[in-house]
Design a protein around this ligand. Structure first.
Ligand SMILES: [Fe+2]
Length: 401
């Protein structure tokens, strides 16, 4: 979880009157002339883990209509042979909005990985009831609007949105058929998504040796409550089930909050790579940890310094792990044939390694400019139907000379 944060006004004691007048003994004004701001406590893992407390202009429970939209299960493709997979997602269509335009490509019971090139502004407020969302902004900038305030985002940001956060993702420029101006990798974490515990000291602060720290995490920058009684719709994704709520007032009517549950950004270029004399294993790139998977950032870095160091990864057999890599920027030293926007999946059960010629080609290299995002899952990933048309079927044979 990110560090404790406070924005706007909160009363001195939790669960006490937050008076509009500033004086708990002088209550008047506001909703139903009760004279108070309405407290909502957002908790995680029941009441056991991090929480935030927010204060609304109106109770957050005012619903006018509930409508079941339907189920949208992810359809699995014919899985076929156990094989290395290369999906060329750089050509996916610009379509839909930041929610409806998502194209699920790989999934299991812990995670869903989608690509999205939104061409329209978000049509309705949205909430994911079961999954924390990690949105990697490959291209684009804008602002995430939630009840916690406005969170600006930019290219190469990871945006972390805790489950049950109602949001609107607004881009400065949307994608079109000839311009991928808004381009996202979306990772839904069914369990809680946080930082590797080994990065934190017993006091909860990032250790000096961790590859980033509190200064690199950016929470909502400003808070302006939306005071509107106009009904507004909210779409809730609850696993495969979608429900539409008509709320009696705008839910971003918060005057203040504090706590440790809120959306935040971390920019991949703020990752501080750990380098060594010889090749360092993938966990040094780890950025996030969730139930059943980890997320790593392969950021530009100096390469190994031993005079005989092999500067690309050794062939490895990732037992009990599926390794998904999304290529963002630069030249990836160990791979041939991948392009920006490619996804490679190196599954459990079969080894993979550097492509022929890349060991020799890397010997005199002093640094790499590659930027890639890796999702390593501990349960096998399934291939979604939409991924089938993106597959480069020659990839399993690409290690031949
Ligand atoms: Fe690997």
């Amino acid at each position: 979880m990110p560090q404790y944060r406070q924005l706007g006004t909160t009363p001195a004691k939790r669960h006490t009157i937050h008076a509009i007048s500033g004086d708990p003994n002088q209550l008047s004004g506001g909703y139903k002339n009760e004279g108070i701001y309405y407290e909502e406590v957002i908790t995680t893992e029941g009441f056991s883990r991090a929480y935030s407390i927010v204060y609304h202009l109106r109770p957050p429970t005012r619903v006018r209509r509930v409508e079941f939209v339907g189920t949208k299960p992810i359809e699995a493709a014919e899985q076929g042979a156990l094989r290395h997979l290369h999906l060329k997602s750089s050509g996916i269509a610009a379509q839909g909005d930041p929610i409806t335009g998502r194209v699920p490509l790989l999934f299991n019971s812990d995670v869903v990985i989608s690509r999205c090139r939104p061409s329209q502004p978000q049509a309705e407020l949205y909430r994911n009831a079961q999954a924390d969302e990690l949105i990697f902004v490959h291209r684009g900038s804008g602002v995430l609007r939630t009840m916690f305030g406005e969170l600006p985002f930019r290219e190469f940001d990871y945006i972390v949105i805790p489950k049950c956060t109602t949001y609107e993702l607004c881009f400065n420029q949307l994608a079109s058929s000839d311009d991928p101006a808004a381009d996202l990798l979306v990772v839904e974490a069914i369990g809680s998504l946080g930082f590797p515990p080994r990065y934190l000291n017993p006091d909860g602060q990032f250790r000096l040796g961790a590859p980033f720290c509190e200064r690199d995490l950016h929470g909502p920058a400003s808070l302006t409550p939306v005071d509107s009684e106009a009904p507004i719709t909210l779409c809730i994704k609850d696993g495969d089930h979608w429900t539409r709520y008509e709320l009696a007032n705008h839910p971003f009517d918060v005057v203040g909050w504090d706590g440790m549950v809120y959306p935040y950004t971390f920019n991949a270029d703020d990752f501080e790579p750990i380098t060594g004399k010889i090749h360092q294993p993938p966990p040094i790139h780890q950025t996030f940890q969730a139930s059943g998977f980890v997320v790593c950032t392969f950021a530009p870095r100096l390469l190994d310094t031993h005079p005989h160091a092999i500067k690309v990864p050794y062939a490895h057999n990732n037992v009990e792990s599926d390794e998904l890599l999304y290529y963002v920027r630069g030249q990836f030293g160990s791979r041939r044939g991948v392009e920006i926007g490619s996804l490679t999946l190196h599954p459990h059960g079969i080894p993979h390694g550097p492509h022929p010629g890349t060991i020799a080609a890397s010997m005199n290299a002093k640094s790499t400019d590659e930027l890639a995002v890796m999702v390593d899952t501990f349960r096998p990933l399934k291939i979604a139907k939409q991924a089938a048309s993106l597959e480069d079927t020659s990839y399993p044979y690409s290690w031949l000379d």
